[in-house]
Ligand binder design. Structure first.
Ligand SMILES: [Zn+2]
Length: 344
């Protein structure tokens, strides 16, 4: 099913891999914030006169992450997620963006749940669309309090700040949809533990994950809008203090190359590394299956707090959020160039 042929879906097995411990050790040796081999960010070099690489404000993004965490655990269908959604929508409205909410009922292993995808639209000169996205739910746990500072929180905060920056730039060449997916996480313990009935095709039960993004693509197809979407970028777990983004194997190579090269050009070569990041399915999968070029930015194998009680605010930094934010803000015009030069 995935390119990790014959291997278990990595989202559930990498937690205990010794490889991740090796990577972590390397990071602790060479990559710790404050270690002396890193140039101080506040000391502008001749090539970076302002010291800032884009208008993306890491502190603003971080304040959104803090807010998400303060709402508490935010599993799909919870009152806490409804509050988080209200916050997200209020922020997006304050940037002058048009909000589209899509409420739907999902059958889950815990029964029926009301889920809501939220999209903020920034119209461009072209009606062709670039989707930039994050899931905003957190994984359901009963054994401990899971606040998902990096898993759900960081990507949501970064996406809000990206929407603010893009809305402040004037009309873009392409239309942007900032999409906040509900229900990325499985309700059962592991990604593939459970399945849901599929009335349309009883022999092929539906997965217990990616509820929101699967719905999103189904709606695009139903509304005959799939063709408008030319690229999809996904933020997922990209705010770790010790940020190290490897290349997700499923992602579309040209999109990944633009963002990785741009990240390196901005001086973020320790954060955008060329190692393979085994992820498996994520919210980009339904888009890829529908033929849309898609990129996942995710740090899974070297984030040991993933799906533990320790995925807390102190693991996330404004600096890391800005690293990814800068790379995307600077990459988007290049991605537009590439898409528009290929336009039929
Ligand atoms: Zn997760």
């Amino acid at each position: 099913m995935t390119k990790t042929d014959g291997m278990p879906r990595l989202k559930k097995v990498l937690k205990t891999s010794s490889l991740s411990i090796a990577f972590l050790s390397l990071l602790m040796l060479f990559g710790c914030p404050g270690s002396s081999n890193k140039p101080p960010q506040t000391n502008p070099s001749p090539t970076e006169p302002s010291g800032s690489k884009s208008d993306f404000d890491g502190d603003r993004a971080f304040s959104h992450v803090r807010k998400q965490v303060e709402f508490g655990p935010r599993p799909a269908g919870s009152a806490e997620l409804e509050k988080a959604r209200g916050y997200i929508i209020d922020q997006l409205k304050s940037y002058g963006l048009k909000i589209i909410t899509d409420e739907f009922t999902a059958t889950t292993p815990l029964g029926e749940r009301k889920l809501v995808n939220v999209t903020a639209e920034l119209p461009g000169e072209s009606s062709d669309v670039i989707v930039v996205s994050s899931h905003y739910d957190t994984k359901y746990f009963t054994e401990f309090k899971f606040v998902g500072a990096n898993d759900g929180g960081a990507s949501t905060g970064a996406l809000l700040e990206l929407a603010r920056v893009m809305a402040g730039k004037g009309k873009p060449r392409m239309t942007y949809w900032f999409a906040f997916f509900d229900g990325e996480e499985a309700f059962c313990k592991e990604w593939d533990d459970c399945h849901n009935p599929n009335p349309a095709d009883p022999k092929n039960p539906l997965p217990d994950n990616l509820y929101g993004s699967r719905r999103y693509v189904a709606q695009l197809i139903a509304k005959n809008e799939l063709k408008r979407v030319r690229a999809m970028i996904l933020f997922d777990m990209m705010g770790s203090k010790t940020l190290r983004l490897g290349r997700d194997e499923l992602s579309t190579r040209w999109l990944q190359d633009i963002v990785w090269q741009t990240g390196k050009q901005l001086g973020y070569d320790k954060q955008f590394v060329d190692a393979v990041e085994g992820v498996g399915d994520d919210d980009h999968s339904p888009f890829l299956k529908a033929g849309i070029d898609s990129l996942d930015l995710i740090q899974l194998s070297t984030y040991p707090e993933w799906h533990t009680k320790d995925d807390t605010l102190d693991k996330v930094s404004a600096k890391s959020l800005k690293t990814v934010g800068d790379a995307i803000v600077v990459s988007l015009p290049k991605i537009e160039d590439r898409i528009l030069s290929r336009a039929k």
